[in-house]
Design a protein around this ligand. Structure first.
Ligand code: ATP
Ligand code: MG
Length: 241
């Protein structure tokens, strides 16, 4: 099997609620995959299992052919999985550069010069080069999301998972973000949870639609856009996507 990441019959129940139910999911190396679905569909729960923050009720997860179902989150980071949270999780009382340096140190260890170089390069890449000395908590919300992305990139991930990265970004910032993700995808696989359908359609090679914890549809942006089942799922919940 050539998939970078695969799940089989992956499930998570919270006190009887089937948040994710028997999901078979394969990510190919180098692709940008969008994971979409109505609120409460199970998107965050699914990626939380992928990265090791939530233990599955049943099922398996393989990364590069290796069973990681029971591997702790930090060990998955070492294998090359990085992620940003739906809720911003920067260290508000540290400055911007120190936030990125913390992430870079996970990969580069105590080599200060290398950490400083990587920190500067990553801040430049996300457009925060002028903000290194600012307290993270003083950044605008949109810039905090970009800082989170920088923290993910500092780990030089093979797989970058982003949970609603454009939420709270201004239109101009979203355009820059799209370009940045295309850039990142040149040497990493990207899994993007996203409600902004403009971003999804512009970026995704393939789209997986989750509904009530199950895969409702999977295919090209054009195919998903045309799918009656997908439209019904969204209309059924009144989501604006
Ligand atoms: N820790 C938890 N305890 C109990 N129920 C949970 C927990 N986390 C998620 N759920 C429930 O599981 C279901 C799926 O939630 P999840 O957050 O994965 O959805 P989502 O697709 O990410 O939604 P959104 O688009 O709103 O972010 C929801 O019904 C949610 O209330
Ligand atoms: Mg979510």
């Amino acid at each position: 099997m050539s998939a970078l990441l695969s799940t089989r019959a992956l499930s998570k129940s919270f006190a009887g609620l089937r948040a994710v139910h028997e999901v078979d999911f394969d990510l190919e190396p180098g692709e940008i995959r969008a994971l979409i679905g109505p609120n409460g569909a199970g998107k965050t729960t699914l990626v939380s299992m992928l990265i090791g923050r939530v233990a599955p009720t049943s099922g398996t997860i393989h990364f590069e052919g290796r069973d990681i179902t029971r591997l702790p989150a930090h060990a998955r980071v070492r294998l090359g999985m990085a992620y940003t949270f739906q809720i911003t999780s920067v260290f508000a009382r540290l400055d911007v550069a120190e936030n990125v340096a913390l992430a870079a140190r996970r990969r580069l260890g105590g080599d200060r010069a290398a950490v400083a170089r990587e920190t500067a390069a990553v801040l430049e890449r996300v457009g925060l080069a002028g903000h290194g000395d600012a307290l993270a908590g003083d950044l605008s919300y949109g810039h905090q999301r970009l800082l989170e992305l920088a923290m993910g990139l500092a780990q030089a991930p093979r797989l970058l998972i982003l949970d609603e990265p454009t939420q709270g970004l201004a239109e101009g910032e979203i355009a820059a973000f799209r370009q940045l993700i295309r850039d990142v995808a040149a040497d990493a696989t990207v899994l993007l949870i996203e409600h902004n359908m403009g971003v999804v359609m512009a970026l995704a090679d393939r789209i997986t639609v989750l509904d009530f914890g199950e895969v409702l549809a999977e295919g090209s942006p054009a195919g998903i856009h045309a799918s009656a089942a997908v439209q019904a799922a969204y209309l059924g919940t009144g989501a604006d996507a």
